[in-house]
Design a protein. Structure first.
Lengths: 780, 279
C-alpha cells in the first residue's frame, strides 16, 4: 500500500487518455449551433484609431468596441506604492498600443469564413511614433504608451542599501550590463474558449483552457458586470500552461459578451500566429550591475539597476508590476549578500503585454546574478563554484532571512552545488579542456544555483496574501474516494499526486481514487495553478480534507469493529482494529445504505469534507537547485552543443519523484530555449518579425540533451509532508548555466557574451568584434 | 489561420493538369506534397483560386534509370530518396541530403519537384540538384522543354517556370564510381531551414568539378568549374586550398552583405571540401 502514497514513483493516472489521443482539449469540444470567431487585429504598433469600416452586408457579423455595451476595461492594479494604473479595453476604443491588438470581432459558421469577413473590414488610423525599446522608452520626450503612465514607467521597485560606503574600500569591483530577449510562451495548445448561454440555468458557461477557472470567473464577473453566480468556467484538458493560461484577456471577454447576446455557442481558437505576434510575450529584462567583493570572491555589496519591458498593458491578473517586483526581490539569489541596492523599473512599450512565464522573473534574475558570479571568479582567478560556495547561505544559517527579507526555510545549498559539481565531473571537464578537441571545438563548463520562492501565498490578482486553499473529499457510497479541487491539471500530474496524498492518508488504492478538477461549479474556490503552488496548497488542502475524512471513517470503522476509535488504523483499503478489520467499502455502505445499524452518535457531517490549508509560512517555501552544463562551441560557425547537463534539486519531500523528474526535464528544455534559441525580434516600427515557428526557434528533441536529475529532500517545516514547490524550477537555471558554459568555452578567445539567446550569429559577431579589437591593438 | 476559399482539382494526367493551370490564367497553383504551400495557404500568403493536385499523375511518381542518367519523377518524396527506394545516380549524395531535410513527417510528404518549383533559397534541393548538373523536364500546354537546373531559380521564390508549366522529372546524370562529393549545411537546430549550404562534386570520368554555395537568400551560386576557387585541381586537403577572397567576391556579385552569411559560406564550403577530399 505504501507504494501508492507520498514518495511513490507511480505512473500518472491521466496519461492513458493523453497517450491514446483521448484527452479533451478545447479544440475537441463541439456544441450544437456553435459558430467561430476571428478577430481583426491592429497592423501597427501605435496609432489613433479613427474608424472601422465594415461593409454594410457584414454589419451584423462584426462587433466593435462601441457594440460592447456594459463591458468594462480590464484594470490590473498592483498594490505596490506608486503604481500607475492603465486600462485595457477588450476591443480598441481610441488608441492602438501594439501590433495584433483586438479591434473587431467577426463571427461566422467556420473560422475560415470568419477570417474572410475580417479581411473585408478596413481600418482608418493615424500612426503615432511607437516606443519599442525599453531603454528608449524612459528617455525624456519619448512618446507615451498611456497618458496615465507617466514616463512610461508603471512602477519602480527599490531596495536601498548603503552600497557607496562599501564601494570605497572593496578590493574587487565587477560591472556588467546584460540583457534577455523577449520570448513567446509556446505551449503546444494555444489559448481557446467556447462561450455559451444556458437558458435553463440562466448562466454563462465558458469552456476554456485555463490554469485558474475561479479567477477567470471573478475577472469576467467584474468586466461583464454580471454576478459570479451567473458564470461557470470549465477548463477541459490543458495542453500546456506555463503562465500563458493564467490570464484573462480581451478574446474571452468579447466571446462571453457575444454569447450572452446571440445566445448560441461561440468559439475562438487562437492560432500560432496570433500567439506569437499578438499575445504570449514574456521575459525581456535589462540589468546594469556592479558587484563589490573581497579577494576570495565574497560579495560585500551588490548594486543593480534593472528594467523589465512590460509591453502595452498591465495584464490581468498579475499586473505590470509582477516582474519588476520579483527582479528587485530575487536578484540576490541564494547568496548571503550583506549590502544590496536595486531599482527595477516596469516600463511600458508598444509591444504585446509581458506575461508571467514559468519562473516569471526568476530565470532572468538567475542569469544576471550567475553571470556576475562567474565574472567575479574570472576577475580573481578562482573556480566559479568556489566563489559560489563562499557566498551561499549555509545550512547552519537556516532558517535565514536574506537582504530582501526572503525567508529561506530550510535546505543545504552548498551541498546541492557539490552534487552538481561532482555530477558533471567538473575536474574531468577541466582536464578535457587542457587537451585540444579533434574537431576544433571549444569545451566550456558552466553552473548556476538559485533559491526559488515557491507557493507564495498571494491572491491571483497579486493584491493580498492568500490564507486558504480548499479541497473537497468524499467517500462515495461504494467506498471510493472522490477529490475535487478548484486548481487545474495543466500537465503537472495533479490527478495522480493529489490521489497519492489521498492514498497515503486513507490507505486506498489509487484506482479507487479519482481527482476532479477545473470546474467552478463543482469545486471549492482556488487561486489556481501557478507559482509552483499546487502541491503545497492544493496538496496540503487535500491532506487536511483526507485527514478529517479519515477520522470520520475511523470512528465508523471502530463502531463496526466494536472498538475504540483511537485503536484503529487505515491501510490496505480497510480500517484495522486490535482484532479484525472492516473495508472502507463496508464502512461507506453502512453509512449511506444502512445507517440504522450504526451507533446514534455518528457525525452528521458525513463522509464528505471540505478541508482547508495554509502553510505556516505564507511568504513562500524556498527550494534550492543547482544546474551544471558542459557545452562545445564551434568557433567557426557559432554552433553550441550541450554535451552534458545535470540538475541537483531540493524540492523538499517529493510526492512522486518521477513526476518531479518530468517537471525538471520540461522546465530545463524551456530554459535551453531561453539560453540558445528563443527571441522575438521587432523592427523599428514595432512589427514582430517571427510570425511562425520557422522564425521563432524552439528547442526540439535533438537540441535537448539527456538531463540527469539528482534529488535531495529537505522537508519544509511549514507544509504538509514537508512538500516544496517544483513546477518552475527547471526553467530557472539553464540560461545561466549554459551562458556561463559558453563564456567559459570562449574564454581563451577573450570573448564574453552578455545577452541571451546565445545564437550562432551572436557568437560569430562577438568573435569578429574581438578580432577587430585585437587587430587595432596590434596596429597601435 | 485558415486558407481563403479555393477550388480543388485532382488531375489524372499531365495534360489535364497543365490545361487546368492554363485555364486558371495565373490564379492556379500546382499542389504536390503541400509542405510549403500548405502553410502559405493557411497564412493566406498564397490565395490561389484553384489548386491542382498533381500527386496522382502516374508519370510524376515514376523513376526511370537510363545508361547515363536517372529521371526522378517530380512527386518523388524526400523520404523515398532518403530510404533508397529509387535508383541513385549520385553515389549517395541525394539520400544524404534528403535525410537532412526538415523532419521525417515533412520528408514523408514533401516532394523534390515541389521543392524546386517553390524555390525557397534555404531549401536543400535548389542547391544540390544544380550541383549535380541536372536538368528539369517540364511540360506546359505549349509543349515540353528541358531547363538546366542552375537556370531554374532566378531569386528567392522566383523561377523561370511559367504559371502553367509543371516540372515532370529531374534528369540527374549518373556520376562515375570514382566521384567524390561533399555537402555541408548549417542550421541552428535540426529540421530548420539552412543558414548556409556548401557543396562539392568531383567526377573525373565525366570531367565535372563543381561547387555550390546556397541558402544565401537568393538563388544559389553554382560554380561549374571549381578549379580556380580551390586554387587548383581536386585533391587531398582541398579545404585548405579554398580561395576565400574569390569566394567573397562571388558573394559580392550577388550583393550578399550579411556578415553572418559571409562568415559561414567559406566554412560550409571548406567542410564540404574536407568531406569530399578525405581519404
Amino acid at each position: 500500500m505504501a507504494s501508492n502514497g507520498v514518495g511513490a514513483r507511480v505512473r500518472r493516472k491521466e496519461d492513458s487518455r493523453f497517450l491514446y489521443g483521448e484527452g479533451q482539449y478545447i479544440g475537441d469540444l463541439r456544441f450544437p449551433r456553435m459558430r467561430d470567431v476571428a478577430f481583426v487585429r491592429s497592423p501597427v504598433a501605435h496609432a489613433r484609431l479613427k474608424a472601422v469600416l465594415i461593409p454594410e452586408h457584414l454589419r451584423s457579423s462584426v462587433f466593435i468596441a462601441g457594440d460592447l455595451a456594459g463591458v468594462l476595461p480590464l484594470r490590473a492594479i498592483s498594490p505596490l506604492p506608486g503604481f500607475q494604473v492603465s486600462e485595457q479595453p477588450a476591443l480598441v476604443t481610441d488608441k492602438i498600443r501594439q501590433v495584433g491588438e483586438l479591434i473587431a470581432m467577426c463571427v461566422a459558421d467556420t473560422r475560415a469564413e470568419a477570417e474572410d469577413i475580417a479581411a473585408q473590414v478596413s481600418l482608418q488610423y493615424d500612426e503615432l511614433p511607437p516606443v519599442i525599446d525599453m531603454l528608449e522608452a524612459q528617455k525624456p520626450g519619448a512618446p507615451l504608451v498611456h497618458d496615465t503612465v507617466k514616463g512610461n514607467v508603471y512602477v519602480n521597485v527599490a531596495y536601498d542599501g548603503d552600497v557607496d560606503s562599501v564601494a570605497k574600500t572593496a578590493p574587487v569591483k565587477v560591472t556588467r550590463s546584460v540583457r534577455t530577449a523577449r520570448q513567446v510562451m509556446s505551449p503546444i495548445e494555444c489559448r481557446g474558449f467556447i462561450a455559451q448561454w444556458d437558458s435553463r440555468l440562466d448562466q454563462l458557461i465558458l469552456h476554456g483552457a485555463t490554469q485558474f477557472p475561479h479567477v477567470v470567473r471573478s475577472g469576467l464577473a467584474q468586466v461583464l458586470q454580471v454576478p459570479e453566480l451567473k458564470i461557470r468556467v470549465v477548463s477541459p484538458d490543458v495542453g500546456g500552461g506555463f503562465g500563458y493560461k493564467a490570464l484573462l484577456a480581451g478574446e474571452e471577454i468579447c466571446l462571453c459578451w457575444l454569447a450572452m447576446h446571440v445566445k448560441y455557442p461561440v468559439r475562438w481558437l487562437e492560432d500560432r500566429r496570433e500567439m506569437l505576434v499578438a499575445n504570449a510575450n514574456c521575459r525581456e529584462h535589462y540589468y546594469d550591475m556592479t558587484a563589490y567583493a573581497d579577494r576570495t570572491g565574497k560579495i560585500l555589496a551588490f548594486d543593480a539597476k534593472a528594467i523589465v519591458d512590460t509591453g502595452s498593458y498591465s495584464a490581468y491578473p498579475f499586473t505590470a508590476a509582477i516582474e519588476a517586483s520579483q527582479v528587485s526581490a530575487i536578484l540576490p539569489g541564494p547568496y548571503d549578500i550583506p549590502v544590496y541596492r536595486c531599482v527595477t523599473s516596469a516600463v511600458a512599450t508598444n509591444k504585446a503585454p509581458q506575461l508571467p512565464y514559468r519562473g516569471v522573473a526568476r530565470p532572468g534574475c538567475c542569469y544576471a546574478m550567475e553571470l556576475m558570479v562567474d565574472a567575479i571568479a574570472r576577475e580573481i582567478g578562482r573556480e566559479p563554484h568556489e566563489v559560489r560556495t563562499v557566498n551561499l547561505v549555509r545550512p547552519e544559517q537556516m532558517p535565514y532571512d536574506n537582504v530582501t527579507d526572503k525567508h529561506f526555510d530550510s535546505g543545504d545549498y552548498p551541498q546541492l552545488l557539490r552534487m552538481a559539481v561532482e555530477g558533471i565531473d567538473a575536474s574531468g571537464v577541466r582536464a578535457r579542456q587542457r587537451r585540444d578537441e579533434s574537431d576544433g571545438r571549444l569545451i566550456g563548463l558552466g553552473m548556476s544555483i538559485f533559491s526559488e520562492q515557491t507557493g507564495h501565498g498571494m491572491t491571483a490578482d497579486g493584491k493580498r496574501r492568500v490564507l486558504y486553499e480548499q479541497t473537497f473529499a468524499r467517500l462515495t457510497p461504494d467506498g471510493r474516494l472522490e477529490i475535487r479541487a478548484g486548481i487545474q491539471n495543466i500537465g503537472q500530474g495533479l490527478e495522480t499526486t493529489l490521489a497519492q496524498i489521498g492514498s497515503e492518508i486513507l490507505g486506498l488504492d489509487l484506482e479507487d481514487i479519482q481527482v476532479k478538477l477545473g470546474d467552478t461549479e463543482t469545486s471549492p474556490y482556488s487561486s489556481g495553478a501557478w507559482g509552483s503552488r499546487g502541491m503545497i496548497w492544493a496538496g496540503g488542502a487535500t491532506s487536511r480534507a483526507c485527514k478529517e475524512l479519515a477520522a470520520r471513517v475511523a470512528r465508523i470503522g471502530a463502531a463496526l469493529l466494536q472498538t475504540d476509535k483511537d485503536s484503529v488504523r487505515l491501510r490496505d483499503n480497510c480500517v484495522f482494529g486490535p482484532s479484525g478489520s472492516v473495508s472502507l467499502r463496508a464502512i461507506a455502505q453502512a453509512y449511506y445504505l444502512s445507517p440504522g445499524e450504526l451507533p446514534s452518535d455518528i457525525d452528521a457531517h458525513g463522509l464528505e469534507v471540505t478541508g482547508g490549508f495554509s502553510p505556516s509560512c505564507i511568504t513562500g517555501i524556498h527550494t534550492g537547485s543547482a544546474h551544471a552544463a558542459v557545452v562545445a562551441v564551434d568557433p567557426e560557425t557559432g554552433a553550441v552543443e550541450i554535451l552534458d547537463y545535470v540538475v541537483a534539486e531540493d524540492a523538499g519531500t517529493l510526492v512522486n519523484p518521477m513526476i518531479v523528474d518530468g517537471q525538471i526535464f520540461g522546465g530545463t528544455a524551456q530554459g535551453i530555449g531561453s539560453a540558445l534559441y528563443e527571441q522575438m525580434p521587432f523592427d523599428k516600427q514595432g512589427q514582430p518579425l517571427a510570425s511562425t515557428l520557422a522564425d521563432y526557434l524552439l528547442p526540439g528533441s535533438a537540441e535537448v540533451p539527456n538531463i540527469r536529475v539528482l534529488h535531495m529532500e529537505t522537508p519544509s517545516p511549514y507544509t504538509e509532508f514537508g512538500i516544496k514547490g517544483v513546477g518552475e524550477g527547471g526553467a530557472i537555471g539553464p540560461a545561466a548555466a549554459i551562458a556561463n558554459a559558453v563564456n567559459d568555452a570562449l574564454r581563451p578567445l577573450h570573448v564574453e557574451i552578455t545577452e541571451i539567446p546565445i545564437t550562432p550569429r551572436r557568437i560569430l559577431h562577438a568573435l569578429a568584434a574581438r578580432r577587430l579589437a585585437n587587430n587595432l591593438e596590434h596596429s597601435q | 489561420m485558415k486558407p481563403a476559399r479555393f477550388d480543388y482539382a485532382r488531375a489524372a494526367s499531365l495534360d489535364e493538369a497543365t490545361k487546368l493551370l492554363s485555364e486558371a490564367g495565373g490564379t492556379g497553383k500546382a499542389l504536390a506534397g503541400s509542405q510549403s504551400l500548405g502553410p502559405m495557404l493557411n497564412l493566406r500568403i498564397a490565395q490561389p483560386e484553384l489548386l491542382v493536385d498533381v500527386t496522382s499523375i502516374p508519370e510524376l511518381t515514376t523513376v526511370a534509370e537510363h545508361r547515363d542518367h536517372v529521371d526522378i519523377g517530380a512527386c518523388i518524396t524526400h523520404a523515398d530518396i532518403e530510404d533508397g527506394r529509387i535508383a541513385d545516380p549520385s553515389l549517395g549524395l541525394l539520400s544524404y541530403v534528403a535525410g537532412g531535410i526538415a523532419y521525417r513527417a515533412v520528408r514523408n510528404r514533401g516532394t523534390v519537384g515541389g521543392s524546386l518549383a517553390h524555390a525557397d533559397p534555404a531549401a536543400d534541393w535548389v542547391s544540390v540538384i544544380p550541383l549535380l548538373g541536372a536538368e528539369l523536364l517540364t511540360q506546359s500546354p505549349r509543349g515540353n522543354r528541358s531547363i538546366a537546373a542552375d537556370r531554374l531559380m532566378v531569386s528567392s521564390f522566383v523561377t523561370t517556370l511559367a504559371a502553367d508549366e509543371l516540372i515532370c522529372a529531374i534528369r540527374v546524370p549518373k556520376v562515375s564510381a570514382r566521384s567524390r562529393w561533399g555537402f555541408c549545411k548549417f542550421n541552428q537546430k535540426v529540421g530548420e531551414f539552412a543558414h548556409c549550404i556548401g557543396g562539392i562534386l568531383y567526377d573525373p570520368d565525366n570531367r565535372r568539378y563543381r561547387a555550390v554555395i546556397g541558402a544565401i537568400e537568393t538563388a544559389p551560386i553554382v560554380i561549374v568549374d571549381a578549379t580556380e576557387l580551390f586554387s587548383g585541381p581536386f585533391g587531398p586537403d582541398l579545404d585548405k586550398r579554398l580561395d576565400i577572397k574569390a569566394l567573397l567576391a562571388l558573394l559580392d556579385d550577388k550583393e550578399i552583405t550579411d556578415d553572418y552569411t559571409r562568415q559561414l559560406a567559406p566554412v560550409a564550403l571548406k567542410r564540404a571540401a574536407r568531406q569530399a577530399s578525405a581519404s
